[in-house]
Write a protein that binds this ligand. Sequence first.
Ligand SMILES: Cc1ncc(COP(=O)(O)O)c(C=O)c1O
Length: 443
Amino acid sequence: MNQRDTLKINVDGRLEIGGIAAGELAKEFGTPLYVFDEAHIRNMMRTYKKVIDEEYGGNGLVLYASKAFSCEAIYAIAASEGIGVDVVSGGELYTAVQAGFPAEKAYMHGNNKLPSELEFALDSRIGAVVVDSRTEADRLDGLARKKGVVQDVLLRINPGVEAHTHAFVQTARTDSKFGFSVSDGTAAQMTDYLIKKPNLRLCGYHCHIGSQIFEKQSFVLAANKVMDFISQIKKSTGYEAERLNIGGGFGVWYNDDDPKLQLSDYADYLKTLISAVKAKAKEHGLKEPFLLIEPGRSIVGEAGITLYTVGAIKDIPGVKKYVAIDGGMFDNPRYALYQSKYTVLLADRANEPCCEKVSIAGKCCESGDLIAVDVPLPEARVGDVLAVLTTGAYNYSMASNYNRNFVPPAVLVKDGKAEYIIKPQTYADLVRNDVIPKRLKQG
Ligand SMILES: Cc1ncc(COP(=O)(O)O)c(C=O)c1O
């Protein structure tokens, strides 16, 4: 288990987060329940910001990638830490704005931003739009002209580096719905195209090479390639990019296959990246660009746990033992989507030896609805509170009302206190937008 100050197993063998026993949270708020540790979130945000301040003279901005977990409270925390955010939809931007987040510190992504989303971004005076297609460039330029504004934009490019966990590859051609390739010349063509748009101001480039990455060199390689590209563009057109957004992707601990990174390790990732950018700027005689990073998972991933109650146990001799919980793929679809691995504990018996391997089954009417397969656990009993660790990223944000289950509420814990940041849904919420056309009504 990852040793952090605020997530631990206490002397009674009970899992504790933010100074509260997980079992107590389950009693007070019910299950399933997402629990977020505020101290962890703030520590991660501060770590990245401090490195940019101290190692790069503050010439940059941390953007929390809010797709990892979006709700008003997280934007309020980001605002109070003085960092920016990236948003990937009108909905995320709306949530940020509702939370009072300053839109000028928001960057908008997406390979097919809707006209209404672009218009909302302009009306909100968003910091920058990361352009990802020619159509979008035309659309945004047209909308900006109508509104009499000039919008800052970045261009999303593919430097030809793809990374995931412990491996990364350099690719000459990138097959991705995102971005424009540096190697086939389309990134250069799009640069020309954007420079000529009267109501867009091209500020620089963005790339994102992957997620759950532990290999520092992959970020260095990507930064080097983008800096080489900036130099090449400067030589051929005279245009010098002012901003470089290197995306997100720093990895987190899910289970003991993953390294347990400390705050200092995350700081090292960023320091290494900064050194590479500085060295390349020097090599090419470029100004050091304003540096942006977009960590999502590493800020909220390990800050979150999900609590469930065991409701049924089915032992199929010689095959599998299923421990069924009151949640499932509707609150965490990541096993169903990617066979993602998690660490599972019994919240009140977290120190008991694991005597068997079980599979954690959700309650959806779907045999693929599993949270974990063949994970070690002490013998679980009906009524036990089960905790799944590292569920802060891409769980709530990917949740649904599948089978008309409720998306669980979330609480934020700090110094022994817990408060709702997302309230429980009700049956009424589930039918709120349903309409029965008159002709289908009885009588
Ligand atoms: C453009 C972009 N930026 C940032 C992120 C955040 O990545 P992570 O959560 O791995 O840090 C993503 C995730 O897919 C992304 O697509």
